[in-house]
Write a protein that binds this ligand. Structure first.
Ligand SMILES: O=C(O)Cc1cc(O)ccc1O
Ligand SMILES: [Fe+2]
Length: 441
């Protein structure tokens, strides 16, 4: 695939203490202290806090940015009326049905829509004011943000591109994120998305906590998503004295303000609170090599934990290409009723439990205790297939946002997008009675 990215370099590690200086300004990072009376090169020092000052050391997140001007120099914010972001979870009556969306529309070719204008909330729960909850959005855009920068005061964005490469300028430097890669841009970090084609993807927003790598327990010290495969940008500033717009997502609404310079004017920075990206192809898959279907938590890339031990406000789980070797086992996902909510998306190919109907760029939602599982065709085939070792999910990538919260579907998700498939329930209708009363059916 032709990419528009120049060769971008990154630093490797998850949540590490990084430091980076734009090579055009050697010595721009103050030595031995954060706030010198005068910073090198006449820069301003600014701290970005991603945790309470007093959070335990392992959870303490902050970065120091050395920038041409401090972020405070901007005109007042006013409401920004574009896009379909909402945190009004009462727009629709609750609906426990299994839901499936056909692929969400790419933007109308006659209009220019950027990443922020192209954000639509599908479902969610909770409230950023109380730092509790999540929102799931679909973005669909065809234009770059130009002199616009966005930051989310409410929480963190985990962005999953499905079509189109995103070139993301951040205060920390540049990232290029393609389908089958993801990135996380945490609370408060300013960024600008450039695209050169129709682009679409999914966003998981968490209000309360940051994403962490799951514990590995008996798996040991290595496996699943390895920390060294997470990539953080290198400092790269621009010095532009032209009008820029800053868009803030604050308490579920968008606001815009103007300033007379680029916000991407960070010459050097250090800290452990940064944006990062991850290539899903680097996921080290661990699974049963004897029998039975393991729970999909074995495929957790990142988790955002609730206060309740082991219970996620949101897990980001993938279904990567892998070997399937289990003996005397029904190998696809089992039939399931879950106390958690399961929102699934498809980046590429087909999902093993539903080879028809669930399409790349579409989604499903199986709410709390809503029964779901393999469709009729999958069940019939997998009950009879010879159990040889075989590759599954080759050339595909499905994923799940799993949450302990009950998710409410928005008006956009239910109605405006016009993608909800009323026929979805039919995929389980062919599951007939096989019971004969005799042990050997
Ligand atoms: O398709 C789903 O519903 C997701 C899922 C996958 C799996 O392998 C086991 C349980 C589960 O909920
Ligand atoms: Fe499930």
């Amino acid at each position: 695939m032709q990419t528009m990215s120049e060769k971008i370099e990154y630093m490797s590690g998850f949540g590490s203490e990084f430091s980076s200086e734009d090579p055009r300004c050697p010595g721009s990072l103050p030595k031995g202290q954060n706030s010198p009376q005068k910073c090198p090169y006449g820069l301003y020092a600014e701290q970005l806090s991603g945790s309470a000052f007093t959070a335990p050391r392992v959870e303490n997140k902050r970065s120091w940015l050395y920038r041409i001007r401090p972020s405070a120099g901007h005109a007042p914010f006013e409401p920004f009326q574009k896009g379909n972001i909402t945190h009004n979870w009462d727009e629709q009556e609750p609906d426990p049905n299994q839901m499936r969306w056909n692929p969400f529309d790419l933007p109308d070719k006659t209009k220019n829509v950027d990443f922020v204008e192209g954000l639509n909330t599908v479902c969610g729960a909770g409230d950023p004011k109380c730092k509790a909850g999540i929102a799931i959005h679909i973005y669909s855009c065809n234009s770059s943000m130009g002199n616009r920068a966005f930051y989310n005061a409410d929480g963190d964005f985990l962005i999953v591109p499905q079509v189109g490469e995103l070139r993301i300028k951040t205060e920390f430097g540049k990232m290029c994120v393609q389908p089958n890669e993801i990135c996380v841009i945490q609370q408060g970090m300013r960024f600008c998305v450039e695209v050169s084609e129709d682009s679409r993807g999914y966003v998981l927003e968490v209000f309360g906590q940051h994403f962490v790598l799951p514990d590995l327990g008996p798996i040991g010290a290595n496996g699943l998503a390895n920390p060294r495969d997470f990539l953080t940008p290198l400092a790269c500033y621009e010095d532009l004295d032209s009008t820029h717009e800053i868009i803030s997502k604050y308490q579920g609404k968008l606001f815009v303000c103007q300033q007379d310079h680029s916000p991407f004017d960070v010459v050097a920075w250090h800290g452990n609170y940064t944006p990062y990206k991850y290539d899903l192809a680097n996921f080290n898959v661990i699974n049963s090599v004897s029998f039975d279907h393991c729970d999909p938590s074995i495929f957790t890339v990142l988790t955002c934990q609730s206060e309740k031990k082991g219970t996620a406000i949101a897990d980001f789980v993938i279904f990567p290409p892998r070997w399937s070797v289990q003996e005397h086992t029904f190998r696809p996902p089992y039939y399931h009723r879950n106390c958690m909510s399961e929102f699934m998306g498809l980046i590429l190919g087909q999902y093993e439990a539903k080879k028809g109907g669930f399409l790349p760029g579409g989604a499903t939602l199986h709410s709390m205790m809503t029964p779901h599982g393999p469709d009729f065709k999958c069940f019939s085939e997998a009950s009879e297939e010879p159990l040889k070792p075989c590759r599954v999910a080759e050339g595909t990538q499905a994923f799940m946002f799993e949450s302990c919260l009950g998710l409410a579907v928005t008006k956009w998700g239910y109605d405006t997008c016009q993608k909800l498939d009323p026929e979805y329930f039919k995929c389980w209708q062919g599951l007939k009675k096989n019971f004969t009363g005799s042990k050997f059916a």
